[in-house]
Unconditional design. Structure first.
Length: 249
């Protein structure tokens, strides 16, 4: 018992030390940013990321530091990472719009069919985890309704209603969960971080030049082939570029 207490005490001390170190780095980074020492702020925020500390506020502050340091590609990447964690944060959305105004490439998006757009908006209301919880909850409601219907004569009508509501809504939310998860798996996006990149017709430096993309442009990654990414733009253009010129979001 004494050894167990010693082990738990050591683990607790290590966790407190890590938390204290993270808090110190955070304060130093914020102080550097406030004093317009953006390079130092970037290094300090980045050191927190290397320690596997990830949250929306960290990416947001790092994005601001990159933007102030005129590194728009990295700023876009940070704001996109922050948006994935906190998709409904107005400050992140606003800063992302501001930095996008600085981008060289103005790519028109091919509009989705209105029903597909409506379905995507519904899926993005909650995370996959929340949709799954809702689905399971309604299936539990269906089970409770079944118990009421078969074992309680006075509440059989209520039980029958619960069975149907639970079944229909459970299947509906299960479908949304499945589709949302499938969409997330396919939604492999990246940001161009090099100042400019020539997009090729094939994964080869000697391949035909198709067009040029500049830092900050968001692309969809179709597949990876020996250090080259097959990319697709929101306007439908496709091509290849070396993976080292991008960062995944």
């Amino acid at each position: 018992m004494k050894y167990l207490l010693l082990i738990f005490s050591m683990i607790a001390l290590v966790q407190f030390a890590k938390a204290d170190e993270s808090n110190t780095l955070w304060q130093l980074a914020n102080h550097a940013y406030e004093n317009k020492n953006y390079e130092a702020a970037i290094n300090l925020y980045d050191s927190m990321l290397k320690k596997k500390i990830t949250n929306a506020e960290l990416y947001y502050n790092l994005g601001n530091a990159y933007f102030k340091n005129h590194q728009v590609g990295m700023a876009v990447w940070c704001f996109e990472k922050a948006k994935k964690i906190a998709p409904h944060d107005d400050d992140i959305e606003m800063n992302l719009k501001i930095v996008n105004l600085k981008l060289v490439d103005k790519i028109e998006t091919t509009p989705d069919f209105f029903l597909f757009k409506y379905a995507k908006n519904i899926m993005h209301i909650f995370s996959v985890k929340i949709w799954a919880i809702l689905s399971i909850s309604f299936f539990w409601l269906m089970l409770m309704g079944w118990l009421l219907y078969y074992f309680s004569f006075n509440y059989s009508a209520i039980g029958k209603g619960c069975i149907w509501i639970g079944l229909v809504m459970g299947i509906l939310f299960l479908g949304i969960t499945w589709q949302s998860n499938a969409t997330n798996l396919k939604d492999n996006k990246a940001i161009i971080i090099s100042s400019n990149v020539t997009i090729k017709s094939a994964p080869d430096a000697a391949a035909i030049d198709l067009f040029v993309l500049h830092e900050g442009t968001k692309v969809q990654v179709v597949k990876l082939n020996n250090g080259w990414l097959n990319l697709k733009l929101s306007d439908g253009k496709v091509g290849w570029c070396e993976a080292k010129n991008t960062l995944s979001i």
